[in-house]
Design a protein around this ligand. Structure first.
Ligand code: NAP
Length: 349
């Protein structure tokens, strides 16, 4: 059981990202000092929102440069930190070289962070941002679960570098993190496994997959119809809060599925239609044969992916996150409406 001192220093890797920016905000509000790693401090477009936070919380937010692939890159940033929140990892669905663009940064980055944790005596706890995709690979895998739902006991055993490389990258990184945790006794690991994260962004960046998805939805990219795909969906603010709670509740332990509920893409469009009916939102699901024909060309979906995911239900048991961390999930309407409002305000759609 590891207790973090109030107002301790906390390292957040990939601090400029969509989820991490909310984590930084909540840590600053909680009085913690944040050591934020970013790839390039001079790229102010990426960190403009964090610079504004820095001005609002004088002396509480410090920037450090770090790249997941550079050994020892986190050493300076980790000095004096009691808690490390490791969020940095590429989240992309379309890649040319999965090994280079996804698997290597996810896995080597995790090893890199934890090697430095092993050398930094002040660190008591590490919170790792994993994903539900480290729990399952394809929706069809749910047929093999005992209770017809995914829980923290399940591990993704069906993804590889060629099929579902992003889920594979998250799976190998999380497995490595548990292995490295088991080899020492100085710090403990708590893992957050979010579903598809939606909700407002603190930056006006468009390059996060979550933001890009909502821009596509509101921008009319799915106006002819959606594939029958289901996601476990969770609000970015709930995910960020969960990271802070996972880091600061002394008894917090293990993996945590974070998913408010599961929704198909069409159901998400139906929720948005109530307030954003003037947008070209989809009104129907496309037949699977059409997805087979168009998916590989238009959306980069492989036939194997379509075969094992389109048309299948997907359920997650979120009860452990409520029990262990006390998470209270926001309503999906709040998540979607707040995100749509932010994207419109920031002129991203
Ligand atoms: P994001 O906005 O794209 O953030 C990714 C972060 O990782 C960025 O800060 C990025 O830095 C950093 N990064 C990527 N490659 C790096 C490298 N080589 N060296 C250093 N930093 C690097 O995505 P996000 O949605 O917030 O994702 C954050 C974490 O949540 C990831 O671990 C992702 O797998 C996980 N997750 C996301 C979702 C979701 O639906 N969004 C769901 C489950 C889990 P730059 O700012 O320099 O680009």
């Amino acid at each position: 059981m590891k207790e973090i001192t109030p107002k301790a220093s906390v390292l957040v890797t990939g601090a400029s990202g969509y989820i991490a920016s909310w984590i930084v905000k909540y840590l600053l509000e909680g009085g913690y000092t944040v050591h934020a790693t970013v790839r390039n401090k001079s790229k102010t477009v990426k960190i403009d929102h964090l610079l504004k936070m820095q001005a609002n919380y004088p002396n509480q937010l410090k920037f450090f440069e770090a790249d997941l692939l550079k050994k020892g890159t986190f050493e300076a940033a980790m000095q004096g930190c009691e808690l490390v929140i490791h969020t940095a990892s590429p989240f992309k669905t379309k890649v040319k070289d999965a090994q280079k663009e996804l698997i290597q940064p996810a896995l080597d980055g995790t090893i890199n962070v934890l090697d430095t944790v092993n050398k930094t005596s002040s660190v008591k706890r590490v919170v790792l941002t994993s994903s539900v995709v480290a729990i399952y690979g394809d929706a069809v895998d749910m047929e093999n679960t005992a209770k017809g739902t995914f829980t923290e006991e399940h591990w993704n055993s069906t993804s590889n570098a060629n099929h579902q490389p992003y889920p594979y990258s998250k799976t190998v990184a999380e497995r490595k993190a548990w292995e490295m945790t088991d080899n020492q006794k100085n710090w403990d690991l708590v893992v957050i496994n979010p579903g598809f994260v939606l909700g407002p962004s603190l930056s006006n960046r468009k390059d996060s997959t979550s933001t890009d998805f909502m821009c596509s939805m509101l921008g009319g990219d799915f106006k002819t119809g959606t594939p029958a795909l289901v996601f476990g969906v969770v609000d970015v603010r709930d995910v960020a809060k969960a990271h802070v709670l996972a880091g600061t509740i002394p008894t917090a332990k293990g993996r945590h599925i974070l998913s408010a509920s599961s929704y198909s893409m069409l159901e998400l469009a139906d929720f948005l239609r109530k307030n954003y009916g003037d947008r070209k939102l989809p009104k129907k699901e496309l037949p699977k044969f059409l997805i087979y024909m168009a998916g590989p060309l238009t959306a980069g979906l492989s036939w194997k992916y379509i075969n094992k995911n389109v048309g299948y239900p997907l359920l997650f048991d979120n009860s452990y996150s409520i029990k262990d961390l006390g998470i209270q999930y926001r309503e999906i309407e709040t998540t979607l409406n707040d995100q749509a409002a932010q994207l419109i305000k920031d002129k991203l759609v």
